[in-house]
Design a protein around this ligand. Structure first.
Ligand SMILES: NC(=O)c1ccc[n+]([C@@H]2O[C@H](COP(=O)([O-])OP(=O)(O)OC[C@H]3O[C@@H](n4cnc5c(N)ncnc54)[C@H](O)[C@@H]3O)[C@@H](O)[C@H]2O)c1
Length: 307
């Protein structure tokens, strides 16, 4: 069945880049951009629509929240950036309040009960949990982008450093999309060859550090992430649209994996048309398990501080 995707915050950098990646992918049938700045959403939709002749037969529009109540996937990229004298927690509380408003608008519009809510706005793991709890939504229908962007950064930077083909590098970042994200070297490979045999321990730690610091580096150099986060979002939406059952490091509510509960974070997760099919508990090195458990603790601490 063709998929209708709504992007709330679709006029912004992340939302519009995701829309472009979905247009280039040519898989979803409808893309609707919703933004408080309606003019911006209309401008982005118009620019995308102009390329339809070369890209594919999709319906790309700007829309209101009421007009996307029939969406199959609602991708939320709306949010604000930190002001100069603002703490991280102040920003979190401000984004939480914007995010709750969006959830309430979707509820008032009678969003389909089986719609998948796909959270991108930061702090993504906290907001993913909030979507489940504030709306009382089925946790299998809620996922966050989690460490998808960190994982593609990690793989792409490893490939660049060792002149390897990026699409054949497989190296996960798991846990929080944030300071405590955990590089997973135990299963990292290129074309089936363990990366630990190709990279020295020093190279491993430098590459993991560079990947974890990439968000800040991109913000410093160009204001914020766009293209890579756009293709990461499209990857998840295509897995849903085609019921691919792909294993992706999206954020979802854990249900006892590694002894964790009541938190959303990234584990290798099977994603398909029904949403989150299964978050997997796989064998990891003890320090990797400890890293992911550290993410769960950091996220629980942030959750407890929300006003
Ligand atoms: N999860 C990830 O990997 C990841 C990566 C990059 C950015 N992000 C997050 O994505 C969010 C957006 O970043 P950006 O660079 O696109 O910012 P941006 O400022 O370019 O865009 C945000 C958009 O949200 C809109 N908006 C604000 N409040 C709204 C509301 N109530 N309803 C509808 N639209 C609303 C704004 O008008 C703006 O167009 C931020 O929270 C950022 O931290 C997440």
């Amino acid at each position: 069945m063709p998929l209708k995707v709504a992007i709330i915050g679709g006029g912004g950098r992340v939302g519009s880049n995701a829309a472009f990646a979905l247009q280039c992918g040519g898989i979803v049938r409808q893309i609707a951009l919703v933004d408080v700045n309606q003019d911006l959403a209309e401008g982005e939709a118009l620019d995308l629509l102009h390329g339809a002749h070369f890209c594919g037969d999709q319906d790309i529009t700007a829309a209101t929240t009421a007009e996307v109540a029939d969406a199959d996937v609602v991708c939320i990229t709306a949010g604000s950036r930190r002001k100069p004298d603002e703490s991280r927690l102040d920003l979190i509380n401000r984004n939480v309040s914007i995010f709750k408003g969006i959830l309430e608008d979707l509820q008032a519009a009678n969003l389909k009960r089986d719609a998948i809510i796909f959270v991108v706005s930061n702090p993504v793991d906290v907001l993913t949990r909030l979507a489940i709890e504030h709306l009382g939504w089925d946790p299998s229908k809620v996922m966050g982008l989690g460490t998808m962007l960190d994982t593609t950064r990690f793989c792409s930077l490893i490939a660049q450093a060792k002149q390897l083909p990026p699409t054949q590098v497989r190296a996960l970042m798991l846990g929080e999309h944030g300071d405590t994200m955990t590089p997973i070297w135990s299963s990292a490979t290129v074309a089936g060859i363990p990366l630990a045999t190709i990279l020295s321990p020093n190279e491993q730690s430098q590459l993991a550090k560079r990947a974890a610091g990439s968000g800040a580096e991109v913000i410093r150099r160009k204001g914020g992430a766009g293209y890579a986060v756009g293709v990461a979002i499209a990857q998840v939406i295509h897995a849903i649209a085609l019921d691919k059952q792909t294993i992706l490091p999206v954020s979802s509510k854990v249900t006892g994996q590694y002894g964790m509960r009541d938190v959303c974070l990234s584990l290798p997760t099977v994603v398909g048309r029904e949403g989150v099919i299964k978050a997997m508990e796989v064998d990891l090195w003890p320090k990797e398990v400890a890293g992911i458990q550290g993410s769960a603790k950091a996220l629980a601490d942030t959750w407890n501080k929300l006003s």
